[in-house]
Design a protein around this ligand. Structure first.
Ligand code: SF4
Ligand code: SF4
Length: 143
């Protein structure tokens, strides 16, 4: 969150981050909430100002030159992704640090722990299947 804020606003302020981290203390889990850049994105359809736009890299962002801060995109989003800039009232979502030649800043910031990484859609699916298989083996060792 701090890296995201630094990248886009040049300040360290978690309220200016496009990624949110949900903490589930009872399960010792930290889950990043990010824009999924949905196909047929409901936020694009619902925005009265046509401010939600898809970029060439597939991400869906808010055009701040027309956003009126009504938050319709926040309410319609199935994952509650859009953050609201506390200073402007306008919404913000992940643009994958599109103008950065390297990789998203959050991924760089998390390099040591490696909890965030860039993966292609197909390998994400394979990783998930492997992870689930590993979990099942732990729960049902005889299978
Ligand atoms: S903001 Fe929400 S609805 Fe819009 S593309 Fe991202 S995940 Fe989908
Ligand atoms: S907050 Fe901005 S981007 Fe979101 S629906 Fe309203 S005008 Fe559109």
């Amino acid at each position: 969150m701090l890296a995201c804020s630094m990248k886009h606003h040049n300040v360290i302020n978690p309220f200016l981050s496009r990624v949110k981290v949900m903490r589930y203390e009872d399960q010792a889990l930290n889950v990043p909430i990010l824009c999924m850049a949905c196909d047929n994105a409901p936020c694009i359809k619902v925005c009265p100002m046509n401010a939600r736009i898809r970029q060439a890299n597939g991400t869906v962002i808010t055009d701040t030159s027309v956003c009126i801060g009504c938050r319709a995109c926040v309410y319609i989003c199935p994952v509650g992704s859009p953050s609201v800039n506390p200073f402007s009232g306008q919404t913000m979502t992940c643009d994958m640090c599109m103008d950065d030649a390297q990789q998203p800043w959050c991924v760089t910031a998390c390099q040591k722990e490696g909890a965030l990484k860039m993966v292609k859609g197909e390998s994400l699916t394979i990783d998930r299947v492997r992870e689930r298989a590993g979990r099942s083996r732990a729960i049902f060792p005889s299978r």
